[in-house]
Design a binder for this molecule. Structure first.
Ligand SMILES: [Zn+2]
Length: 349
């Protein structure tokens, strides 16, 4: 869809993605998905160690010695350069490797008509009723992380094709986050990541960050959307919602409803089983966080410096927030669901 992208970059994107972006993403995916441990975690350790050695050499007056050592010096220099490239790769700006920098946000490419509050409330009630009527703990528990990774990978391909968007790579691996990325992720407020530089996906271990089952399952779908070439959080959320709600599997649609309701910032009813799960995950999280002084300290620092992740980026509403009829998540989803070619997203089959 030619009008989906910024101009003049608009005209370059299909060419860039076909010739470079997608082949590169596929090649990286083939490698990183086969490595059992987190490459990002390993590379941060190596990069930081190299940087530390260089700084120590400079501080101890050994810079000239190390500078004249030839190959070892350049190997050490590669560490900080790698860290810099990884950091640059995170941002969606044209010089970064993130393809979203070249794409118009989905909320702008597929702007829906204004969504009045009453209509938004009605869609919440529809989802709420459906969830209350169809939820079953056994059914909910039967969907595992491996299965949803496979299922969402396919479901997202269908969504992209339906929207006329370029396809992304096949995604086959979600890794457990290592200690350093866990510390950084929890401090920043990002317990899962897709790294645009290596194309790797990882999620925090459940014992370090207790969360309801649905949170992990939806998170896997969200990171898969990133891995398919959509770096912006809002884009990943919109695609995740469409993939879940449009699935032929009622368990995915159930997750789609939970996601839709949880992001709404409104008071809604949940099945008792889910309410208990949310409460007990919260209690466990509090207990675990009490034993994580480093996370608490860095979290406070991130909040003070304004580095903390925000709900707004994800299109999640706060309880007190005024309704915006042009809400980038809800109005876009409503608009897409109302169009005939995306009709099947409306209420599922
Ligand atoms: Zn994300």
């Amino acid at each position: 869809m030619a009008d989906c992208y910024f101009s003049p970059v608009a005209t370059l994107f299909p060419c860039y993605w076909r010739l470079l972006g997608l082949p590169l993403s596929k090649a990286k995916g083939l490698i990183v998905d086969r490595i059992p441990f987190s490459l990002v975690e390993t590379m941060i350790w190596i990069g930081a160690a190299c940087l530390l050695i260089l700084v120590a050499a400079a501080a101890l007056g050994r810079w000239k010695n190390i500078r004249s050592s030839g190959a070892p010096f350049f190997l050490l220099l590669a560490g900080p350069i790698l860290l810099l490239l990884m950091a640059l790769g995170q941002g969606a700006f044209p010089l970064s490797l993130a393809p979203s920098a070249w794409r118009l946000p989905l909320a702008q490419a597929f702007t829906g008509p204004p969504l009045p509050y009453q209509e938004f409330r009605r869609s919440l009630e529809r989802r709420e009723n459906r969830l209350m009527q169809t939820f079953s703990p056994a059914y909910y528990e039967s969907l595992g992380e491996e299965e949803i990774l496979f299922g969402c990978d396919r479901a997202l391909d269908t969504v992209l094709a339906d929207l006329g968007l370029a396809p992304g790579r096949r995604v086959t691996k979600m890794k457990p986050m290592g200690p350093l990325t866990t510390l950084l992720g929890l401090s920043y407020g990002g317990p899962a990541f897709h790294d645009p530089f290596f194309g790797e996906m990882a999620m925090v271990r459940p014992q370090v960050h207790p969360a309801p089952r649905y949170w992990r399952l939806i998170g896997i779908c969200h990171e898969t959307a990133h891995a398919k070439g959509f770096t912006r959080e809002m884009d990943a959320e919109i695609l995740t919602q469409l993939a879940l709600s449009g699935s032929a599997d009622p368990r995915y649609r159930m997750l789609g409803d939970i996601m839709f309701l949880r992001k709404s910032g409104e008071r809604v009813h949940y099945p008792e089983y889910l309410r208990r799960e949310i409460r007990s995950s919260w209690d466990s999280l509090q207990a675990v966080e009490a034993r994580q002084p480093a996370v608490r300290f860095l979290k406070k620092a991130a909040v003070k410096l304004g580095f903390q992740n925000s709900n707004g980026k994800y299109g999640s509403r706060e309880g007190s927030e005024h309704w915006d009829p042009a809400h980038p998540f809800y109005a876009t989803i409503a608009g897409l669901m109302a169009t005939t070619h995306a009709k099947r997203y409306a209420d599922g089959p």
